[in-house]
Design a protein around this ligand. Structure first.
Ligand SMILES: NC(=O)c1ccc[n+]([C@@H]2O[C@H](COP(=O)([O-])OP(=O)(O)OC[C@H]3O[C@@H](n4cnc5c(N)ncnc54)[C@H](O)[C@@H]3O)[C@@H](O)[C@H]2O)c1
Length: 338
């Protein structure tokens, strides 16, 4: 495909991952890039933080709109590729507000899919989540499971269920109507510009680093949970590659590193990096594992290699160090509630 002849629409393009996808599309010189976002996800001006990634690029148009509104289709005219990243994207928040989860993640996703079909776009890429796996049986007791795309999904939250619905609906739009769709199951994303949301325990690397820099203890809830931490730039690259690579239509594909990390060992790694890099001592406290918090697992990566031509580039230590560098330069963006 030729990006210079491709008009792109990114929903959620003023969020953490979406703005990094837009940045990649600017670098690839896409003909035009339209962002649809309602700018409601954070208690600060998102355009001042995430918009920095693209606000100077004249090929980017920002549309403030809600994907759950019926007339969203009017923004899809002449669009060739849609990256659908807008979501009510905080698992904890969806548990307290399933209405908003349904409104944005199901109804909004339906609107984006249907508008993509009506506009006869050439490719639809959907941001799904490793949360669709929930808990899976460990290969041997105590060993974390590798999440393979052919495993039976087991959503444990309305968020995970809404993402799974989005995958199935995208797959059906491909099979029934021929809309070329691909779903990506992102594993735990982290990196510069990730700012935890109020009352959320998601995004543990950002939370631990911010607390360490404030001199507050990092609090490990449980500790034996496993996550596959995947650096933001790798996530954005895999997302763009999903549109570039041929032959992945109708598929759901993991985007992760294939490396499991326990949360207690993550805290130790961050403690070591902060001490080595800026000579600051940090402390670790422990609490009980929250109910419903999945034990987790790590990504099988062969499907992404084959169907996205994607291999992650950034190791956990390197990614944490880059995140720390960004935080040190942007201390004003650390929220009071962390
Ligand atoms: N961060 C992760 O670890 C992770 C993991 C798996 C999947 N995902 C998925 O990746 C996508 C991006 O997540 P993120 O981490 O960048 O979150 P984010 O909250 O930073 O970005 C989501 C964006 O969607 C926008 N949005 C929310 N509701 C909307 C609506 N009704 N209409 C229009 N815009 C709306 C928000 O303003 C925000 O800019 C989401 O679909 C999320 O579910 C994220």
């Amino acid at each position: 495909m030729k990006w210079s002849r491709t008009n792109v629409l990114v929903t959620g393009g003023s969020g953490h991952i979406g703005s990094n996808v837009v940045k990649k599309l600017v670098e690839r010189k896409a003909a035009s890039i339209r962002v649809i976002d309602n700018l409601n996800a954070y208690p600060f001006n998102q355009l001042k933080v995430y918009g920095k990634e693209f606000q100077d690029a004249d090929r980017v148009e920002m549309v403030r709109a809600d994907i759950a509104s019926k007339d969203i289709g009017k923004h899809f005219k002449d669009v060739d590729v849609v990256f659908h990243l807008a979501a009510y994207a905080d698992v904890a928040a969806t548990i307290y507000n399933p209405d908003e989860d349904f409104r944005t993640n199901v109804l909004g996703t339906y609107n984006v899919l249907k508008s993509s079909l009506d506009a006869k776009i050439g490719k639809y890429v959907f941001a799904s989540s490793a949360a669709v796996y929930g808990n899976q049986p460990p290969p041997t007791p105590g060993e974390p499971p590798m999440f393979r795309e052919d495993m039976k999904p087991n959503p444990l939250s309305t968020y995970a269920n809404s993402k799974l619905w989005g995958e199935y609906e995208a797959n059906l739009f491909y099979k029934l109507y021929g809309l070329p769709t691909t779903s990506l199951r992102y594993f735990s994303v982290y990196g510069p510009m990730q700012i935890p949301k109020p009352k959320s325990h998601s995004w543990v690397i950002a939370i631990f680093l911010m607390r360490a820099l404030k001199g507050k203890p990092m609090v490990v809830f449980g500790g034996n949970q496993v996550r596959d931490f995947t650096y933001i730039d790798d996530i954005a690259e895999a997302t763009v590659k999903a549109a570039e690579a041929a032959g992945n239509e109708g598929e759901a594909i993991n985007v992760g590193t294939g490396v499991p990390t326990r949360i207690d060992s993550l805290a130790e790694t961050i403690k070591k990096i902060v001490e080595t890099k800026i000579g600051m001592e940090s402390t670790i406290d422990y609490g009980p594992r929250p109910k419903g918090d999945p034990l987790g697992g790590y990504a099988a990566t062969s499907k992404a290699r084959k169907l996205l031509n994607f291999t992650p580039q950034v190791s956990l230590e390197e990614g944490i160090t880059k995140t720390l560098d960004w935080l040190l330069e942007n201390k004003n963006l650390t929220p009071d509630y962390v």
